[in-house]
Design a protein. Structure first.
Length: 155
């Protein structure tokens, strides 16, 4: 079951975030300054070939493979997001529905609706013109909740 991580380091942009996790998923939710939902990132397969499906109100959908950045034990490099290809939307939606009972119902509903919308837009095949797979790869740093500092802004 997804459970909320508290406290979560807040970024310097204007979007407050909440973070939920379980053994297979990380769900990061961003809020507008007025409290409305701005977007989310659903990371899946955390322990094997991790990927991230992202939706933001101002950017739409993207799907990336997470490169953990550590090829050798003892290295501590920043994880990045790289273009990924086909998103197994139906499978991830079903798995998410099995573990969302303990999170805010509005957040669970938003994630399910966006997954359903993405599936409709792609005809169920997981490939979209908006998808990260259709654009050149860009490395995007991925910040984990454990990267908090004592003087971070907290929820």
């Amino acid at each position: 079951m997804l459970k909320e991580i508290v406290p979560v380091r807040q970024e310097n942009d204007s979007h407050r975030r909440r973070w939920f996790e379980d053994d297979d998923f990380d769900l990061i939710v961003w809020y507008e300054p007025d409290g409305g939902l701005h977007g989310f990132q659903l990371c899946y397969n955390k322990n094997r070939d991790e990927h991230a499906f992202t939706w933001r109100r101002d950017r739409g959908y993207s799907h990336h493979r997470v490169d953990v950045g550590e090829e050798l034990a003892g290295e501590n490099r920043t994880p990045t997001l790289n273009s990924a290809g086909t998103f197994p939307c139906a499978e991830i939606r079903a798995r998410f529905a099995e573990c969302d009972a303990q999170i805010d119902p509005e957040i669970a509903r938003l994630v399910r609706e966006r997954l359903d919308d993405y599936s409709r837009q792609t005809g169920g095949n997981g490939i979209s013109q908006q998808d990260g797979a259709s654009r050149p790869s860009t490395d995007v740093p991925l910040v984990k909740p454990s990267e908090t500092t004592p003087d971070s802004k907290l929820e």
